[in-house]
Design a protein around this ligand. Structure first.
Ligand SMILES: Nc1nc2c(ncn2[C@@H]2O[C@H](COP(=O)(O)OP(=O)(O)OP(=O)(O)O)[C@@H](O)[C@H]2O)c(=O)[nH]1
Ligand SMILES: [Mg+2]
Length: 333
């Protein structure tokens, strides 16, 4: 049997091998993903994001158990679990994963920031495509919620769970950080700590005030993509759930809140719209990467840019002129 046949036959080791193949961007990885693409669309992607140490891994673990109880299968991607803030979390993740069954119903993979050539968001998406084609019901993606890359990962999810803790600040800060725009479900974890109740009330009040005046999440989510995708999502007000991930308290309520969002998402065209937008973003990204590498490799060349930087510092030119010149040379080639 070929590797691909074993993959289709639900051989978990074949899945693991193909992930490595795709992660290393080995010769032919794009063709492989292309061939598998028609088999995708069956898995729902749930993104879990939030500040370092908020309890995302513990919650993903708890949610996985809830989903398993429902008879679902789950592929997990932990993006950069070795955050510099909580160093050694990777080991913790491994320990937690050991609690999960090893009969193929769950598969776990972590993606390190280091060495992710071609972009972490793209690499994460590629693994999600493999999970989807493999036949998992759910893809759970854990990522630390800072920066554009993480936003790109989160935007590529069907459902976004934002995890915060009582120490995360007040609702106005959530609003400013754009969290209220991306959250489908808010999870206030570490609710055993003081301030959780107040934060929950504060957040609910703020979300209530915001009401439907908020532009559709899709507008904010995909503002950067090349191809405009019109579409309206249902005016959803994110649920606010308080959990205690370590004891498992209320993780079932979080699971229910996600379930309700999923139900509404299917009833309305939310998931359909998000999938379309995701594909727009994916195509834009493929073009960006190709143009960028073509430009940098074949035309500009590092030496050119280094020389131009000397010239800028010497006051002979400026970044705008240099950009224009390099671009023109590229076009005229
Ligand atoms: N008190 C309390 N501690 C918790 C709770 N949930 C998680 N923790 C603890 O918080 C720490 C971080 O938990 P993780 O699940 O690794 O958090 P994370 O968000 O995945 O962390 P990073 O991936 O490193 O950003 C661990 O020591 C957990 O045991 C909770 O509900 N209450
Ligand atoms: Mg973690």
């Amino acid at each position: 049997m070929t590797l691909l046949e074993r993959f289709h036959d639900h051989d978990i080791r074949a899945l693991s091998r193909l992930i490595t193949f795709v992660e290393n961007r080995e010769e032919g990885f794009r063709q492989l993903l292309g061939r598998l693409y028609p088999k995708t669309g069956g898995a729902l992607r749930i993104g879990v994001t939030g500040p370092p140490g908020a309890g995302k891994s513990t919650l993903v673990n708890g949610l996985t158990k809830e989903l398993l109880r429902e008879g679902r299968t789950i592929g997990i991607i932990a993006v950069d679990p070795t955050s510099p803030f909580t160093g050694g979390a990777l080991l913790g993740d491994r320990v937690r994963m050991n609690e999960l069954p090893s009969d193929g119903r769950v598969f776990f993979r972590s993606m390190a920031t280091r060495g992710a050539t071609g972009g972490l968001a793209a690499a994460t998406d590629n693994v999600a495509v493999l999970y989807d084609a493999y036949g998992f019901d759910f893809v759970l993606i854990e990522t630390v919620g800072v920066g554009q890359v993480e936003m790109d990962i989160i935007n590529a999810c069907d459902v976004v769970v934002v995890v915060i803790v009582p120490e995360s600040g007040d609702a106005i800060q959530m609003l400013k950080a754009g969290l209220t725009e991306i959250a489908d479900v808010f999870c206030i974890n570490k609710s055993d700590r003081p301030g959780a109740q107040r934060l929950a009330a504060d957040l609910k009040y703020t979300l209530e005030l915001r009401g439907s005046s908020q532009p559709a999440a899709s507008t904010a989510r995909f503002a950067h993509t090349l191809l405009p995708c019109a579409g309206h999502e249902h005016g959803h007000k994110p649920a606010v759930v308080q959990t205690e991930a370590t004891t498992g308290k209320n993780v079932d309520a979080l699971h229910r809140a996600i379930g309700e969002f999923i139900k509404r998402g299917h009833e309305t065209s939310t998931f359909e719209q998000r999938r379309r937008q995701r594909l727009c973003a994916k195509i834009t990204e493929i073009l960006n990467v190709r143009f960028q590498s073509e430009f940098v490799n074949h035309v500009a060349g590092e030496q050119d840019i280094l020389g131009e930087i000397d010239n800028i510092i010497a006051g002979q030119t400026n970044p705008y002129e240099v950009g224009d010149r390099l671009y023109r040379r590229f076009r005229e080639q």
